[in-house]
Design a binder for this molecule. Sequence first.
Ligand code: IPE
Ligand code: IPE
Ligand code: MG
Length: 246
Amino acid sequence: MSHPGPGDPDLSKLPSHIAIIMDGNGRWAKQRLMNRINGHEKGADAVRMIVRTCREIGIEYLTLYAFSTENWQRPKAEVTALMDLLKRFLKSESKEMQDNNVRLDTIGQTHRMPKGVRDLLYQNMEMTASNTGLTLNLALSYGGRAEIVDMVKQIANHVKNGQLEPSAITPEIVADNLYTRGMCDPDLLIRTGGDMRVSNFLLWQIAYTEIFVTDTLWPEFSREEFIAILADFQKRERRFGRVLHT
Ligand code: IPE
Ligand code: IPE
Ligand code: MG
């Protein structure tokens, strides 16, 4: 890496957990009179770039919104192409993850993913389970509301079985029954593609997350823009509802 300049982030106070809504692949393709699927293919290069950058600078968790519960309602050809792309990604990145101490994890209703994807996902998760560098957390068939419903069902079962008193339910117990169990909440949420919404992503976890929306479409998101967002994040004052300066 080159020497730090005035706009560069301070590598000693980076976010522990970065979450990204990778949006705009379809629009990127449309602008070029291409098929939406070409946009997803190009988007995979941006995924490689962001994973590499995060592990190089020492981020702990990177959660990428790759496929939502609502995305199942897209045309069948697009869903199939996305599943195929995911399989290719898991195959091609397997060695790079292992060689670079990256641990693969996933959140979402992964049982709904096609068997080919699930097999590769679980193989790679098993292979990288003891790695201690970046955790690459792929949100697949993920929906924040579905996650909350699943959490409520689990807690209701604990109560029903007599393992838990309703009065003993705390925010920690809720967090322990979400797909993100064991992970810290995101410090930073980035959305590309310019839309000012969260689209059912990490509804519970982003309570105090710093949000950045950029108009850049995901296939064009660059390392330079990412570094600039990190530098900007470091200038924000996170108050968590408190008064810091009196
Ligand atoms: C995000 O890009 C990728 C997925 C949802 C899988 P889109 O496909 O939503 O692209 P736009 O928003 O239509 O441009
Ligand atoms: C969010 O993008 C989901 C992913 C990036 C996987 P969408 O394109 O699905 O969300 P909306 O339709 O703009 O809300
Ligand atoms: Mg979109």
